[in-house]
Design a protein around this ligand. Structure first.
Ligand code: NAD
Length: 481
């Protein structure tokens, strides 16, 4: 793996530094379990420096740029990323353990986010509002100021793209805290942003532990907005910390997303979506479809098809680019296997195969398809964050909605049916931030607002909606008689 930056440094004010603690943290390749380097152990002192650098950027060159100029910087960054797609893919595959093709797709998505938000930067407009005689009233969209971005390890490039891209487009200055398990692509992104001409301090990256650097960022009084993507329990802490400073928070949390397959579904078309949405990135996807709800008349047939698809799944090192890579860590593997002990073997319909030559130190779990459990079973209610899907039969539309909406989450759902009226009814009744009809995930959907309800979080990222989230609306009322 060729790196063009020092992994053990923080990026603050456009320059690379050793962290204030002088300490580093180990970095592991999940495919092998081997140490692949050290990353900075950023702490509150680095966060403080990063927030100061961001504030200075807002008062300096970055804050003085027009929206069109900001857009051009993001476009240049998009171009630089697109030239480095292969290197970024290799970095992400090595760091996260995701199969190379999936990592490459994430790098392409990062370039696309910069392109989308670069193009959108000068297209966010206010409104004029008809008001009393003698008044002209209009609205302005202004940046929050310093935005904090806390990112998990599962899709670093995609999540940085959607969150930092939108925040920069709106003129905020960002402090990014990537996950301690996988932060190399965040550092690569910072260096490419510097090369693209992003003014010093507009983006600062401080790797470190969640309870140190992450907690310091969420509690910092100089931060004006926090975007957090991660688990429900940490999200709750982040929201509490932000409440002390009365700053807005976007929470992108977990999911237990259902795909609902009706008796008139096109099964052949649905099958790859049903399976891939569960096993992509080894199931470590917030919008993973971990529940397949199927009409009872199709249940046996779908079980046969999905079991065959699972039989064909191959698991191995990220660089071998098979269907499924390792989980991120030994701890994550333990959590997933712990879930699987909550059912007995006769509920396991099928399993993928871990390749014999997969390194013993890698964190591999065979994709597992489960049937015959009740909808209120923990495996059908809790986010497992591993390659595990459950198939559950339903009687009719109302029963499908009841099961689909029975978890605490509400991130994504899909409906497979040829009946247009049913599609529309289901889209309204399903409790989710995104509903897909006869597809799932829509190829990533940079342009499509994304976010959850319930324990899946609140606020929206992606698309134009994110630009509204990363800005503050100001109303100007002029009385001119
Ligand atoms: P996590 O909550 O443990 O960590 C996420 C980030 O928060 C990391 O950068 C971590 O260092 C930081 N963090 C940890 N403790 C902190 C604290 N006390 N204060 C501030 N920051 C802290 O989550 P994870 O295990 O890394 O990621 C998996 C979770 O993320 C899953 O629940 C998944 O569904 C969710 N996720 C959601 C989305 C989405 O868009 N909705 C996308 C990806 C992942």
């Amino acid at each position: 793996m060729q790196l063009w930056f020092d992994t053990a440094e923080v990026f603050i004010g456009g320059r690379w530094f050793l962290p204030a603690s002088g300490e580093t943290l180990p970095l592991e390749n999940p495919s092998t379990g081997e140490d692949i380097g050290r990353i900075a152990r950023g702490t509150a002192a680095d966060i403080d420096n990063a927030v100061t650098a961001a504030q200075e950027a807002l008062e300096g060159e970055w804050g003085a740029m027009t929206a069109a100029e900001r857009g051009r910087v993001l476009m240049r960054l998009s171009w630089l990323i697109s030239k480095k797609v292969d290197e970024l893919a290799e970095i992400e595959a090595t760091d996260v353990g995701k199969p190379l093709t999936q990592a490459r797709n994430d790098a392409i998505a990062l370039a696309r986010y910069m392109e989308f938000y670069g193009g959108a930067a000068d297209k966010v407009m206010g409104e004029t509002i008809p008001y009393l005689d003698g008044y002209t009233v209009y609205t302005l969209r202004e940046p929050h100021g310093v935005t904090g971005h806390i990112v998990p390890w599962n899709y670093p490039m995609q999540i940085i793209g959607r969150s930092v891209g939108a925040a920069l487009a709106m003129g905020n200055a960002c402090v990014l805290k990537p996950a301690e398990e996988a932060c190399l692509s965040a550092l690569a992104f910072a260096d490419l942003a510097r090369q693209a001409g992003l003014p010093d301090g507009a983006l600062n990256v401080v790797p470190g532990l969640g309870e140190e650097a992450g907690a310091a960022l969420t509690a910092h009084p100089g931060v004006n907005h926090i975007s957090f993507t991660g688990s429900v329990c940490v999200g709750r802490e982040v929201q509490k910390a932000a409440a002390d400073n009365i700053v807005p928070v976007t929470l992108e949390l977990g999911g237990k997303s259902p795909q609902v397959v009706f008796e008139d579904a096109d099964l052949e078309k649905a099958l790859p979506f049903l399976v891939n949405a569960g096993i992509q990135n080894a199931g470590q996807t917030c919008s993973a479809s971990s529940r397949i709800l199927v009409h009872e008349s199709l249940y046996d047939e779908l079980c046969i098809h999905m079991a065959a698809a699972y039989d064909a799944l191959r698991v191995g090192p990220a660089m071998d680019d098979l269907n499924v890579g390792p989980l991120i860590s030994a701890r994550q593997k333990e959590i997933v296997l712990g879930f699987l002990t909550q059912t007995d073997n006769n509920h396991i319909l099928s399993r993928g195969e871990i390749m014999e030559d997969a390194p013993a130190g890698g964190h591999y779990v065979a994709p597992t398809l489960i049937s015959g459990i009740r909808p209120d079973h923990p495996l059908a209610q809790d986010e497992i964050f591993g390659p595990v899907q459950v198939i559950i039969p339903f009687r009719d539309e109302d029963h499908a909605v009841e099961i689909a909406n029975s978890t605490n989450f509400g991130l994504v759902a899909s409906v497979w049916s040829r009946d247009g009226a049913r599609q529309m009814r289901m889209a309204r009744k399903l409790r989710a931030g995104q509903v897909f009809i006869n597809n799932y995930g829509a190829g990533g959907g940079v342009e499509l607002p994304f976010g959850g309800v319930g324990h899946s979080g609140h606020g929206r990222e992606k698309g134009f909606e994110a630009l509204y989230g990363f800005s503050v609306l100001k109303t100007v009322a002029a009385h001119h008689g």
